[in-house]
Design a protein around this ligand. Structure first.
Ligand code: HEM
Length: 358
C-alpha cells in the first residue's frame, strides 16, 4: 500500500507534529522500569551464562537483516505468551495427545512459524555456549522481543530474567479469555487487561507495538464489509479495499501505513488521521480516556518509548514461574516439555534435572 501526504489535519499542525515526532531513537538502556517480580533480576545469567544476551542479539541482528518481519513476529510472540497464563513459553509447546498446542487457537494462528524457529535455534546456540540447559525458553522469548524492538529503531532496554518454562499449554477457553479480538473497543480491552493488572496507559503504550508488522484481511474486514466503519478515513478505507476486495480475502497489509518496518511513534500519527487498522487501534483515539495519551505519543516519541519500555517490561513479568517458586522447568526443546516429567511431580523432576545439568 502506497503512503501519501497527510490530508486531514491542518497543514501547520501536521508539520509541527511530524517535526516533533521525528526525535532520534534512544540507544541506551537507561530508563524507567516497573518493580521487578520476585525471583527475576537483570543479572540472572551473569554467572551461569554471561554470553547469553550477546548470543541472542548476534543471532537476531543477522536473522532480522534477511527477514525484517521476524522482528514484528517476535514482538507479538512475547505478548501472546505473557497474556495467556503468564510469560512461561507455553505458547511454544507443540500439541501432545489430549493437549492441543496454544498455536491452534484462533488468535494464535497468525503467529509466524519463523518466530518459533528462531527461538529454538537461539536455544540450541545458548545450550552450546552456556555448557548446558541454562537459559529458559520464556527468557529467550523476552530477550528476542527486546532485541527486535531495538533492531527496528525502538528503545534499547534491560530485561529482567529468571523466568522458567511452563509444563502445559493453556486450554482454548483460557486463551480466548485472555487475548482480546481486534474488533474490541477500549472498555472491552480494559476489561481484558484489568485481569492481569495492566491499565489504560499500558494499553495505549503496548498497542504501539502495531508500529511494525502486518495483519491479514480477516483481522479487519469487519470494518469494510458489509458496511464501512464510519471512523475509517475514506482514502485509507479505499487502500484497504484494494488489498481486501471482498470478505474472505487472504492478503496482508502493514499495521503502520507510514513506517511499516520502523519501531517509532508513527502508529499514533496514523490514529490521529483515522488510519488505525483495527477497531482496537482506532478506538484508542475515539475513547476520551485514552485519547490524550494517543495525542501525546504522536507528538513525543521519547514519551512513547519511555512508556512502552515500562509497560512491556511490566507485561513481561505477568505470572512468571521462578526458581524461588520452584515451579516450571528449563526446557531442552522449546517446543516440548522435557521428557519424563509426566512421570514425577514437577518439583522432584526439576531438582533432579538441575543437579544433572547446572
Ligand atoms: C491490545 C490488544 C491487541 C489486539 C486486539 C491485537 C491484535 C492483533 C492482530 C489481529 C494482529 C494481526 C494478526 C494477523 O491478521 O496476521 C496483530 C499483529 C501484531 N500485533 Fe497485536 N494486538 C494487540 C496488542 C498487541 C501488543 C501488546 C503487541 C506488542 C507489544 C502487539 C504486537 C503486534 C505485532 C508486532 C503484530 C504484527 C505481527 C507480524 O507481523 O507477524 N499487539 N495484533
Amino acid at each position: 500500500m502506497a503512503a501519501r501526504p497527510v490530508a486531514l489535519l491542518p497543514a501547520l499542525a501536521v508539520a509541527a507534529l511530524l517535526l516533533l515526532s521525528s526525535a532520534p531513537a534512544s540507544v541506551t538502556a537507561a530508563g524507567r522500569y516497573p518493580p521487578l517480580a520476585p525471583g527475576l533480576s537483570f543479572e540472572f545469567y551473569k554467572k551461569s551464562c554471561p554470553k547469553a544476551e550477546g548470543i541472542v542479539r548476534e543471532y537476531l541482528a543477522s536473522a532480522v537483516k534477511s527477514n525484517v518481519g521476524l522482528a514484528a513476529a517476535l514482538i507479538r510472540l512475547h505478548f501472546h505468551d505473557c497474556f495467556v497464563q503468564g510469560c512461561d513459553a507455553s505458547i511454544l509447546l507443540d500439541s501432545t495427545p489430549g493437549q492441543p498446542s496454544e498455536q491452534k487457537s484462533i488468535p494464535n494462528q497468525t503467529l509466524r512459524p519463523a518466530a518459533f524457529k528462531a527461538v529454538n535455534e537461539i536455544r540450541d546456540r545458548l545450550e552450546k555456549a552456556c555448557g548446558g540447559r541454562v537459559v529458559s525458553c520464556a527468557d529467550i522469548v523476552a530477550l528476542a522481543a527486546r532485541d527486535s524492538v531495538a533492531l527496528g529503531g525502538g528503545p534499547a532496554y534491560k530485561v529482567p530474567l529468571g523466568r522458567r518454562d511452563g509444563l502445559a499449554p493453556a486450554p482454548d477457553a483460557v486463551i480466548l479469555g485472555a487475548l482480546p479480538p481486534p474488533s474490541s473497543t477500549v472498555p472491552t480491552l480494559l476489561s481484558f487487561l484489568d485481569k492481569i493488572k495492566l491499565d489504560a496507559t499500558d494499553l495505549v503504550a503496548l498497542s504501539g507495538g502495531h508500529t511494525v508488522g502486518v495483519a491479514h484481511c480477516g483481522s479487519f474486514e469487519d470494518r469494510l464489509f458489509p458496511t464501512q466503519d464510519a471512523t475509517l478515513n475514506q482514502w485509507f478505507a479505499g487502500q484497504l479495499k484494494n488489498t481486501c476486495p471482498a470478505k474472505g480475502a487472504v492478503n496482508t497489509t502493514s499495521n503502520d501505513i507510514r513506517t511499516p518496518n520502523t519501531f517509532d511513534n508513527k502508529y499514533y500519527v496514523d490514529l490521529l488521521n483515522r488510519e488505525g487498522l483495527f477497531t482496537s487501534d482506532q478506538d484508542l483515539l475515539t475513547n476520551t480516556t485514552t485519547r490524550p495519551l494517543v495525542q501525546r505519543f504522536a507528538l513525543d516519541q521519547a514519551a512513547f518509548f519511555d512508556q512502552f519500555v515500562y509497560s512491556y517490561v511490566k507485561m513481561g513479568q505477568i505470572h512468571v514461574l521462578t526458581t524461588g517458586s520452584s515451579k516450571g522447568q528449563v526446557r531442552a526443546n522449546c517446543s516440548a516439555r522435557n521428557p519424563g516429567d509426566h512421570l514425577l511431580p514437577w518439583s522432584v523432576v526439576e531438582t533432579a534435572a538441575e543437579t544433572l545439568v547446572l
